[in-house]
Design a protein around this ligand. Structure first.
Ligand code: 13P
Ligand code: SF4
Length: 306
């Protein structure tokens, strides 16, 4: 098995060079995918990379909205998503049509969409944000009333950090909701010296008992701090591979082994190789939608990190 993985990796890397491709991978990807990537990061870092790379082809190892964001920013490049079924269920909990209806009910509200949304939803929004910069984006707005879509839990977390009035959309991440407060309480007893770090997509009861609430990129930076020796990780377990690789002397404990995003795990070495060989499946966005969505993403990129 290891031998065949090595052969697959070799073929991927040779095709990648031949086609001037860049492999971008999200922190939740399988370890073997992270290991062949040119860059591993969170949604904000990946969108920044996609905007800057001079590769002709981007192989996006993540979920559909991330590949779409790469195309929105770099339409002259070929953006490949090795499995078209790799969609984010939360992003699918809102459509542009439903958002247009809600906007009519809240005519004075500024619409902020989480990057976990389709290009059509971004096109209907004033500005985008990720978990790394959500509070900073909201605070930057010259508006008192915000409609935040689609993650009600990230929206709720932001509402605890700002005086602005935030209307929520009832979306959620099924993976993060698997993390329950009682798991954290138990792990704190088992690892009394540990720091508990959770993602803002977690439920409020989990956030309330965490030491830090961070994006996946923020978690990787936090893990490098000298005082952190043991860390309970409240997010999708794919990130544990990167945390252990970058911090060999430290201990990382998943808050829940059940926190697995099945769609992220659809990307494999086999379909990355096939995708590069066949140059399919490609992610594209109609130009009219792309232009509108790009202005929401560009506004966010101009604000930067949290
Ligand atoms: P990050 O931007 O923190 O990597 O989160 C993306 C995501 O899909 C979380 O579930
Ligand atoms: Fe979507 Fe949750 Fe998977 Fe992130 S972990 S891609 S929010 S379903």
């Amino acid at each position: 098995m290891e031998n065949s993985d090595a052969k697959l990796k070799e073929r991927i890397l040779s095709l990648k060079t031949g086609k001037n491709a860049a492999i971008l991978a999200h922190n939740y990807q399988l370890g073997e995918i992270q290991d062949i990537a040119d860059f591993v990061g969170d949604s904000l870092e990946l969108s920044q990379k996609a905007a800057k790379t001079d590769a002709d082809v981007i192989v996006f190892c993540g979920v559909h909205f991330m590949a779409e964001t790469a195309f929105i920013l770099s339409p002259d490049k070929t953006v490949l998503l090795p499995d078209m079924h790799a969609g984010c269920p939360m992003a699918d909990m809102i459509t542009a049509e439903k958002l247009r209806r809600r906007k009519k009910e809240l005519p004075g509200a500024t619409v902020v969409c989480y990057i976990n949304s389709s290009a059509e939803v971004k096109a209907e929004s004033d500005i985008c944000c990720t978990s790394a910069n959500a509070v900073k984006v909201i605070e930057s707005l010259d508006a008192e009333e915000i409609l935040f879509v689609p993650d009600q839990y990230l929206g709720h977390y932001i509402s605890t950090k700002t005086d602005k009035k935030i209307s929520l959309w009832p979306g959620f991440c099924p993976t993060h909701l698997r993390i329950q407060p009682q798991y954290i309480i138990k792990l704190r007893q088992e690892y009394p010296q540990s720091k508990v770090v959770v993602h803002p997509e977690c439920r409020p009861e989990v956030i309330a008992i965490a030491d830090e609430v961070l994006s996946t990129g923020g978690m990787c930076r936090y893990a490098g701090r000298s005082e952190v020796k043991e860390m309970v990780v409240g997010t999708e377990i794919g990130i544990i591979h990167r945390l252990r690789k970058e911090n060999p002397g430290k201990k990382f404990i998943p808050a829940s082994e059940q926190a697995v995003c099945p769609r992220m795990k659809l990307i494999t070495l086999e379909n990355v190789l096939w995708s590069l060989q066949e140059m399919t499946p490609q992610v594209e966005v109609p130009e009219e939608v792309r232009i509108k969505a790009k202005s929401a993403v560009d506004r966010m990129l101009a604000i930067g990190m949290g």
